[in-house]
Structures are given as structure tokens and as C-alpha cells.
Design a protein around this ligand. Structure first.
Ligand code: SAH
Ligand code: DHB
Ligand code: MG
Length: 220
């Protein structure tokens, strides 16, 4: 199945319709996207409806400690951190010091810097230094390492921890692999197949950011 421009157009228009119907004007999130663009960051943040989905998931889970892998400019970080109670905390791992600096500015502007710690460096170096348990883990960094990130997420979780992995469909390329990110995601699915520590599903998505999907898992 191909992703025709007609499909993509209607997906984008429906996303804007849903945003207008469901998501109130949000000057903090708009300012974050503007600062990201000004700093030259790629516009690969979760979409507004996906961001609100993560926020609601964290609220529904009653998350008090959240781990994110892949910060970019902190758009998803803001949505997740806003779901925390006043004494909750979020740790987010980011390889690029430039991205981390933009995210730090966005989090300060959002009034969330006191709840969020950005750990700069390769997530595979940072994760072994963290102590759990985290209540929710959002995996959204270099997809090559998705299998290892999932393993760390389970290790840093507890029974009931919610895990979301972004970008697991990539317009259908997950079917064949053939590029490093989708090959990494396919290795993650192969590991999931044998992993009895988790119960998991995946949901395909379309919208302003194209055709993709996410894994939703729960630690047993
Ligand atoms: N979660 C963000 C988007 C993240 S984009 C949002 O939705 O708003 C992916 C990010 O992962 C990029 O900023 C990239 O620099 C970072 N990244 C790539 N490789 C990484 C690694 N090895 N460790 C940590 N972060 C990494
Ligand atoms: C890319 C990464 C993402 O996390 C995403 O949501 C979309 C695209 C990318 O690297 O192209
Ligand atoms: Mg993503």
C-alpha cells in the first residue's frame, strides 16, 4: 500500500480538524515549536494529537516518574511532564547538546524545568546509570537501538509500567526493513515476540506526520 498525496492531504486536514475540536490553543507548545524551528531542529516531534495522547496516558497511569528517550526540543517532554503531580519527575535522554539546550529553554518557558532533568549523551550510556522504577517510558530516539531501549525500559520499570515506542511502522517499511531505523525496529519486534515480561500491542496511525504507528506495552 502506498502513501498517496491525496491520502496524506486528508490525514493532515483531519488532524487540523481534530486539533481545532479537541486541543485548546496552547501558547507554550506553539512557542516550543517556533523555538525549535528557529534553532533549525527537524520537525519530527510527535503531532499535537499524539502529544495529547501521551499526556492522557501518563495521567491515566497516574505516572509520578517518567522516562523519555529522545528529547529533541522537548515537545513530547512538555506534554508528559504536564501530566505529573507537583512532586513528580521526568528524566529525558538526548544525544545532541544543541537539541538539549533548545529543550531546556522550552521547558523553562513552560515552567517545568524543576520537574525535568535532561541527561545529555548517548542514551545507551545514560540508561545504565539510572535508577527505577519509572511508571511510564516513552522511547523515541535512534530506532537502531530500540531493542536495547525496550530492555532498559523493562529493567527500569515495575509491574504495570507503561511503555510506548514511537515510529514502529514508518509508512509500512517495517514489513521489509532495509534501512537502519526500520531494521532496528524489526529487531525490537523479534525481541518482543520472545519477551514474556511484557504484554504488548501496536497501533497504526495516520495524520499530519504521515503513516506510522506506536507500540504500547505493559510490564507484567
Ligand atoms: N520525543 C521528541 C522527538 C524526538 S526526535 C518529541 O516528540 O518531541 C529523536 C531525538 O533522539 C533527536 O533529538 C535525536 O538527537 C535523539 N537521539 C538520537 N540518537 C540518540 C541517542 N543515541 N541517545 C539519545 N538521544 C538520541
Ligand atoms: C523521525 C524520528 C521520529 O522520532 C519521528 O517521530 C519521525 C521521524 C526521523 O528520524 O526521521
Ligand atoms: Mg518519534
Amino acid at each position: 500500500m502506498s502513501e498517496s498525496t491525496g491520502d496524506r492531504d486528508v490525514w493532515g486536514r483531519v488532524d487540523r480538524y481534530l486539533e481545532a475540536a479537541l486541543l485548546p490553543e496552547d501558547p507554550v507548545l506553539s512557542a516550543a515549536l517556533a523555538r525549535n524551528a528557529e534553532a533549525g531542529l527537524p520537525a519530527i516531534d510527535v503531532s499535537p494529537t499524539q502529544g495529547r495522547f501521551l499526556h492522557l496516558l501518563a495521567r491515566i497511569a497516574g505516572a509520578r516518574r517518567i522516562l523519555e528517550i529522545g528529547t529533541l526540543g522537548g515537545y513530547s517532554t512538555i506534554e508528559l511532564a504536564r501530566a505529573l503531580p507537583a512532586d513528580g519527575t521526568l528524566v529525558t535522554c538526548e544525544y545532541s547538546p544543541d537539541h538539549a539546550a533548545v529543550a531546556q529553554a522550552n521547558l523553562e518557558h513552560a515552567g517545568l524545568a524543576d520537574r525535568v532533568e535532561i541527561r545529555v549523551g548517548a542514551a545507551l550510556d545514560t540508561l545504565p546509570t539510572l535508577e527505577g522504577p519509572f511508571d511510564l517510558v516513552f522511547v523515541d530516539a535512534d530506532k537502531q537501538n530500540n531493542a536495547a531501549y525496550l530492555d532498559h525500559a523493562v529493567r527500569l520499570g515495575r509491574p504495570g509500567t507503561v511503555i510506548v515506542v514511537d515510529n514502529v511502522v514508518r509508512a509500512g517499511r517495517v514489513l521489509t526493513g532495509g534501512d537502519p531505523p526500520t531494521d532496528g525496529t524489526r529487531r525490537m519486534f523479534a525481541a518482543l515476540e520472545k519477551d514474556d515480561r511484557l504484554e504488548a500491542t501496536a497501533v497504526q496511525t495516520v495524520g499530519a506526520k504521515g503513516y506510522d504507528g506506536f507500540v504500547l506495552a505493559r510490564v507484567r
